[in-house]
Design a protein around this ligand. Structure first.
Ligand code: ZN
Ligand code: ZN
Length: 535
């Protein structure tokens, strides 16, 4: 691997095994001992106890896998390491208390920072075109750093549990921070290896089912979290690309995600740092034929040829109207909970249903899928799509649409399907391949509960009654001295005017009385409306 090209960023390698947090596979849990005991409860160095138990951070607990009936799409049992995740590898993991999180409870849960994870921290994801030049350059420098920095804490599995001889012969390998996430996206969507029987391809733990949006939300949060630790910057957020109504790939320039190569339209311009990146996990047919997993070896440069896609499948980039129609669909998911679901918000946003009427149409690739197809290269095949950093910008925007839908429709948790989904997509299934473990339903909540928001959605949150009261109380606090002094001045002026008027009236009354003595009797009757002009 090449060294980092851009070292303009000041970063700190403060990572240590005590700061373990997420994902497949914690280095501390890849030994033959932990694998055969099926226990992943690493020590938190803050107090030297597993899961930081002595400090009350968490404890090592049995994993309760809720085995709900899955759909019929996967007619096997006991053949895939991802079944009942993470039971094949571990049946005991750290369960963290309060705001603690991570594989050893050494981290803070999303939206909290500080030594004791008590400080709330809200992050805002911004439009990439609204970043300052410094922010933009920092983002690219971080990406490049992640691409070339070996993960201190995690490794990837290069074999199945069976190939590891049920854990007694561990098969793991180092990987860079960026490639760790490419590999995870591959691992969750890969085919099932069936040995001599070949492979089963109709399986995907993160796509084509209700878990599509929850899985990618968790994935992006974990990606962001991991990068923050790598560069020691809690304020880092992934920007998004708002592609609505774009006529072409507006971020495909050397200033942003890389322009087109001068002679090869399938490659990136040499002026872009991303042209030097090597992809991994892009050859599923090869792995299937050999019966192996992607091992993270470099497989050539990023490929991208935006706009020269199969136009019969994806004629253009999605429009605002299509997004708006998708948002109007009231049901998150509908049977059969897969790519054939009609009027399903998830299936329409994912891109298997027509964004004009919500009817499933797998011959077309719309919305989310349209972008992948449009890029016509590394992005266009599921297993290797995260190799192109455009993946992050695209999925940040998809996540923002998901967030708009959640805010508009305020769904109950029970509307997320609990059973009969494709495998991995039910409400309480632990998402593959995250360790520590998270259920789909934990990400069926507003981004505000997870500590982040989108710049263009911040104002759209309907204010609660308490928020409105708090606002007016705050306003009242600021203006009460003015109100008080205005009141005092007003009273004084009124009193003064009254005195003047009374004095004048008295004078006038005296004179009137003297002048018009004959009308006096009628004045008492005036209150009864009519005048009597004279006696
Ligand atoms: Zn994906
Ligand atoms: Zn995608």
């Amino acid at each position: 691997m090449r060294p980092p090209q851009n070292v303009a960023v000041v970063f700190h390698f403060v990572l240590s095994l005590s700061e373990l947090s997420f994902s497949q596979f914690p280095r501390a849990c890849t030994s033959a001992d932990t694998l055969t005991r099926k226990e992943c409860c690493p020590v938190w160095n803050g107090d030297g106890s597993p899961c930081g138990q002595l400090s009350g951070r968490g404890s090592c607990e049995d994993v309760s896998v809720i085995s709900t009936p899955q759909g019929t799409q996967f007619p096997f049992s006991g053949v895939d390491d991802r079944e009942n995740w993470p039971a094949v590898f571990y049946n005991r993991t750290c369960q963290c208390n309060k705001n603690f999180m991570g594989v050893n409870c050494g981290d803070c849960r999303f939206g909290f920072i500080g030594a004791n994870c008590t400080k709330q921290h809200m992050s805002i994801r911004k439009n990439i075109f609204d970043l300052t030049i410094a922010e933009k350059n920092q983002f690219f420098a971080y990406l490049n750093l992640a691409k070339y920095t070996i993960s201190e804490n995690y490794q990837i599995a290069t074999g199945t549990y069976a190939q590891m001889n049920n854990g007694s012969n561990p098969m793991f390998r180092d990987v860079s921070v960026y490639n760790l996430f490419v590999w995870m996206h591959y691992y969750t969507s890969r085919d099932t290896l069936l040995g001599v029987s070949g492979v089963w391809t109709d399986i995907d733990f993160a796509h084509e089912g209700p878990g599509f949006l929850t899985w990618h939300r968790a994935y992006m949060l974990l990606w962001e979290h991991e990068l923050r630790k790598t560069v020691n910057n809690d304020n880092f957020t992934i920007p998004y690309w708002d592609w609505r109504d774009s006529q072409d790939c507006t971020i495909c320039t050397d200033e942003y995600m890389g322009g087109r190569h001068s002679t090869n339209p399938n490659l990136l311009s040499l002026a872009s740092i991303f042209s030097a990146w090597q992809v991994i996990c892009t050859r599923p047919d090869d792995y299937n034929r050999r019966g192996v997993l992607c091992d993270g070896s470099p497989e050539g440069p990023i490929q991208r040829n935006p706009g020269n896609q199969d136009r019969s499948r994806t004629p253009k980039l999605p429009s605002s109207l299509e997004v708006e129609f998708c948002l109007s669909l009231a049901e998150y998911e509908t049977p059969p909970f897969n790519k054939f679901a009609n009027y399903s918000f998830r299936n329409t946003l994912e891109g298997f249903a027509n964004p004009g009427d919500g009817i499933a149409n797998v011959s077309q690739s719309s919305l989310h899928n349209a972008l992948h197809i449009y890029m016509n290269g590394s992005m266009s095949r599921v297993g290797g799509s995260a190799n192109d950093p455009i993946f992050l910008l695209h999925h940040a925007f998809i996540d923002s649409i998901y967030e708009q839908w959640l805010r508009r429709h305020q769904p109950l948790q029970m509307t997320f399907p609990a059973a009969n989904t494709p495998i991995g997509h039910s409400r309480d299934y632990y998402m593959v391949p995250f360790i520590p473990i998270y259920r789909n339903i934990e990400f069926f909540v507003s981004t505000r509960e997870l500590g982040y928001d989108y710049d263009y959605l911040v104002e759209s949150v309907p204010p609660s009654v308490s928020a409105i009261l708090a606002f007016y109380l705050q306003e009242a606090k600021q203006i009460w001295p003015w109100l008080l002094s205005a009141g005092v001045v007003g009273c004084l002026v009124t009193a003064l005017l009254n005195c003047i008027i009374i004095q004048n009236c008295k004078k006038k009354e005296i004179s009137t009385f003297e002048e018009r003595q004959p009308l006096l009797n009628t004045r008492d009757e005036y209150q009864g409306v009519s005048y009597q002009t004279s006696i």
